[in-house]
Design a protein around this ligand. Structure first.
Ligand SMILES: *[C@@H]1O[C@H](CO)[C@@H](O)[C@H](O)[C@H]1NC(C)=O
Ligand SMILES: *[C@@H]1O[C@H](CO)[C@@H](O)[C@H](O)[C@H]1NC(C)=O
Ligand SMILES: *[C@@H]1O[C@H](CO)[C@@H](O)[C@H](O)[C@H]1NC(C)=O
Ligand SMILES: *[C@@H]1O[C@H](CO)[C@@H](O)[C@H](O)[C@H]1NC(C)=O
Ligand SMILES: *[C@@H]1O[C@H](CO)[C@@H](O)[C@H](O)[C@H]1NC(C)=O
Length: 381
């Protein structure tokens, strides 16, 4: 191929992504950065004929240039199918939550959860990722266009149209990575996040979506090192996964055999096999104007087992007005409360923060949500 032809092909490819966001509009908070890996162990691998390091987790430490003003740092757990980049500058070029909390004087740790991004592993099976542009628009950036559930109509805060071709959407979609989510990941994030806390000392957690599962598991693993957990639409419903795109309306599939994880958790009385947890359906499917409005939930039937380690850290659980999570987040909150966890369940619309979808930390009014989180952190220091 002639160089000029190659150049022409490259230019065409470039044109396909409307207009990249490029350098930021609003500068990130001034900070010093340090990168390291926490956890991990050397093992001999016979197939590879040598020793390899496995299970290490990428950590980015950001220290405010003006120094720390709070006694405990914040560890950020990103959601599924995206990396720690979710906490840096937003898709519209404005500063995100890492900057917000740096400016408030917090030392911030950003993980790439094990097997994701810069924590990807050499011995993982390939992942099938069926997340098309359409599914991302439906579930995250433009649910109001598709109206697959009642609350979708209230979504207004995603920058721009939330559709392919809008620069903010294109930037958001480009950041997405293959979704890794399995029991082995749960075990490893618990161990390697606790290894991080052994190094940095007690910390607050801020998690999003599937990252909430990693944060609960780390609390289970080393509860005395967790000051509190701000769970933004954490994880999914207990024992069940609902279809977040709501394409199949009432689609659910069994998941999380131990309630909120597929690996054993510290329950009292102890649970050595998932069959010891009695599942009890509560509530029912509700519709409004012919659209899905609430999912039923599964709680524990008697005897109720308490999550004694996870219960040692208070939780602020946030759910937005228009995310698909408004259909089922009450299920996880009820399950946690029943298991002895102290949860402050705040529906953002109830405190006047309206129009957000699932990725609220990347939406226009992200600072309003961060300000509310800050008020909770400060009272729990
Ligand atoms: C050794 O490495 C191979 C190839 O990467 C991988 O498939 C296998 O799971 C590893 N074995 C162990 C015991 O980790
Ligand atoms: C979000 O911000 C963009 C500018 O970045 C603006 O055009 C849009 O109207 C804003 N949307 C809302 C709901 O405030
Ligand atoms: C997770 O760890 C437990 C022990 O804590 C072990 O029994 C189980 O096999 C592990 N599961 C996976 C998938 O690695
Ligand atoms: C929805 O799912 C629940 C639980 O699987 C089932 O009991 C119910 O019949 C389903 N409803 C509809 C309308 O499909
Ligand atoms: C939940 O946390 C917020 C923020 O600190 C606080 O204003 C509110 O009173 C709390 N709600 C409950 C029920 O504790």
């Amino acid at each position: 191929m002639k160089l000029s032809t190659l150049y022409c092909v490259l230019s065409l490819l470039q044109a396909a992504l409307s207009s990249p966001i490029g350098p930021s509009k609003q500068l990130e908070a001034l900070h010093r950065r340090n990168v390291f890996y926490a956890g991990g162990e050397y093992v001999f691998n016979a197939t590879q004929g040598g020793t390899i390091l496995i299970n290490q987790q990428y950590v980015e430490e950001l220290i405010p240039a003006a120094g720390a003003k709070h006694p405990y740092p914040i560890v950020f757990f990103h959601g599924g199918g995206i990396s720690g980049a979710q906490w840096l500058n937003k898709d519209d070029g404005n500063a995100g939550w890492a900057s917000y909390f740096l400016n408030q004087g917090y030392v911030v740790y950003i993980l790439d959860i094990w097997s994701v991004g810069r924590s990807s592993a050499t011995d993982l099976p390939p992942v099938l990722d069926a997340r098309t542009v359409e599914l991302v628009e439906i579930a995250f950036s433009a649910p109001e266009v598709y109206k697959n559930y009642y609350q979708a109509q209230f979504h207004t805060q995603f920058p721009g149209t939330g559709l392919k071709g809008d620069p903010a959407f294109d930037d958001f979609y480009a950041r997405l990575l293959p979704l890794q989510f399995n029991a082995r990941q749960e075990n490893i994030t618990r161990t390697s996040t606790c290894a991080l806390l052994q190094i940095i000392g007690p910390a607050f957690f801020i998690s999003h979506s599937i990252g909430g599962s990693a944060a609960f598991l780390a609390t289970d693993g080393c509860p005395t090192l967790v000051k509190g957990h701000v769970a933004v639409e954490a994880d999914q419903a207990p024992f069940t996964s609902y279809d977040t795109s709501v394409v199949g309306a009432n689609m659910s599939s069994p998941a999380r055999a131990y309630g909120i994880a597929d690996v054993p958790l510290t329950y009292d009385p102890p649970v050595t096999d998932p069959s010891q947890l009695v599942q009890k359906m509560t509530g029912q499917l509700q519709y409004k104007d012919g659209l899905l409005f609430r999912y039923p939930c599964i709680k524990q039937g008697a005897p109720v087992h308490k999550l004694v380690n996870i219960a040692q850290a208070p939780v602020l659980f946030l759910t937005t007005q228009a995310s698909v999570h408004i259909l089922f987040d009450q299920c996880l909150v009820q399950f946690l409360e029943q298991a002895g966890v102290n949860v402050n369940f705040t529906k953002l619309a109830d405190i006047g923060i309206e129009g957000n979808g699932h990725f609220s930390m990347l939406e226009n009014n992200s600072d309003s949500i961060a300000t509310y989180i800050l008020s909770w952190l400060v009272t729990h220091e």
